[in-house]
Design a protein around this ligand. Sequence first.
Ligand SMILES: [Mg+2]
Length: 208
Amino acid sequence: MVTRLSLLKELSALIADDVLVVSSIGNNSGFWGQLKDREANLFHVTMGMCTSTALGLALALPNRKVLALDADGNLTLNLGVLGTVANEAPKNLTIVLMDNRNYLGSNKKEPGMPTATAGKMNLEEVAKGCGIAGACTVEEVAGFRAEVHKALSTDGPHFIRARIEALDNDRPPRNKRVPDPRENKYQFAGYIQKTEGVEILGSGLGGG
Ligand SMILES: [Mg+2]
């Protein structure tokens, strides 16, 4: 089995600058912010909302590739989103699920409380059952690289479940400041305004 960091390093080499990456709260965001400092990142998306937020972006911006960097605890809180992903079927959406089978274990020496995926739940099969036919599971770097490359170069929606180590024992050096959620939200919206030619933030309190 592989570590989250080894897969995120691989992802950082595969992702084009303009792909919107929506990452879940926790080490998905903390590590990604150290590995890939860029304007197209929305960090710290809270429990249940990572894939949902990415889905909204993919539907609103159909010509833009969007990648959700989700996690087992986060996704299982709002599992119904997979049915909506399948029914809406955005071609530009890829979901990468970091499945470490526990909550909050990534900052500890022992795994946290197990999620349902530590038991009988298989999120690849759930995604398939929801209608995401190409859902797959990877457990090593080469397979992850191949599936992400395929997802970013073919029509989606794509769902890649990565079975990773329960604990994040390898970590990137912390030499970049990952913005807090409020600051990052405005940065990210400003980036979309600039690159898509749409108005999101309006003119602020000055009116008009
Ligand atoms: Mg987890």
